[in-house]
Every structure is written in structure tokens, then in C-alpha cells.
Design a protein around this ligand. Structure first.
Ligand SMILES: [Fe+2]
Length: 158
């Protein structure tokens, strides 16, 4: 191989290496968890037969069955029915509440183990929030290892 051929090959090789995807940087999330959990919003598939993952991740909404328009009430959201762990390696980053499609509030949590993933929202619904006599509350949460989760609960207009 002469000098010119060697240099030409080295330049082409360098360009090929330069555009290659670096290994180990393909995913932000840890590789030892189910990557499918991060592709969509997760929900309980069969409420009669919840899996252990669903029991500890689907937001659990506690709210009155019916409320009066303009009268404050409390909505408690915990993650989940079996309260999720909070540790530096595995934690709930945030819990949010929506009134139908309208964002109502969001709480961010730190992975220091100081707080349980359980929050209370004080809610007052105007009469026009109800459609056909009901409104749907939507609670969401984000687990660093198990993705986004959502639960819903209907409230009737009293
Ligand atoms: Fe989790």
C-alpha cells in the first residue's frame, strides 16, 4: 500500500467512525426495565385482575361520588393502591390532576425518600365543567423506572 492509498483509506475510515452512533447512548432510560412501559401511557388493563405493577403504579383517586358546582372538595391521588416506593434509585417524579382535558395541577417530588407519593388537591368545579351531569377527573404520574401511568374517575353533579 502506498502512502496516498493509506491516507485516503484513513480519511474514509475516520468519516465512517464519526457518523456512527456511539454505543451506550441509545436510551436515556435504564436498560434493565421493560422499554415498552415508556412508549405509551400505561393504564390498568383489567380492574378485576390488577397486576402487581398496576397495583403500585396506577394513580388511585379518592374523591366524592358527587359534588355541587362552586363548592370546594378534596381529591386525593396516591401512587398506587399499594403505595409506590420513593428512593434515589426508584421514585415517582410527579403527580398531576386534570379536569377532563384541562390541566388542573401538578406536584413534583424529589427522590430523597422524604415524601410518600400521595397528594391532595383542593378542587372547585364550575357548573360548566360538567357535561351531561358528570365530569371526569384524570390523574397521571411518572415513575423513573416504569413510565407514565393514568387513571380516571367520574364525579356526578349533585
Ligand atoms: Fe416504579
Amino acid at each position: 500500500m502506498n502512502r496516498r492509498t493509506f491516507i485516503k483509506g484513513a480519511v474514509v475510515s475516520s468519516l465512517a467512525v464519526g457518523i456512527a452512533k456511539p454505543s451506550g447512548a441509545a436510551s436515556y432510560y435504564p436498560n434493565n426495565v421493560d422499554q415498552a412501559l415508556f412508549e405509551n401511557i400505561n393504564r390498568v388493563k383489567d380492574p378485576a385482575k390488577k397486576t402487581p405493577l398496576e397495583m403500585s403504579h396506577a394513580p388511585h383517586i379518592v374523591a366524592p361520588a358527587s359534588v355541587k358546582a362552586g363548592v370546594p372538595f378534596t381529591v386525593e391521588v396516591s401512587v398506587g393502591e399499594r403505595v409506590h416506593v420513593m428512593s434515589p434509585a426508584h421514585w415517582i417524579a410527579d403527580i398531576a390532576l386534570y379536569v377532563a382535558n384541562e390541566p388542573a395541577g401538578r406536584v413534583e417530588l424529589q427522590p430523597k425518600g422524604l415524601l410518600e407519593p400521595k397528594v391532595q388537591f383542593n378542587v372547585t368545579l364550575p357548573a360548566d365543567a360538567f357535561v351531561a351531569g358528570k365530569v371526569t377527573l384524570v390523574a397521571t404520574q411518572h415513575c423513573n423506572l416504569h413510565g407514565y401511568w393514568e387513571s380516571r374517575r367520574d364525579i356526578q353533579l349533585a
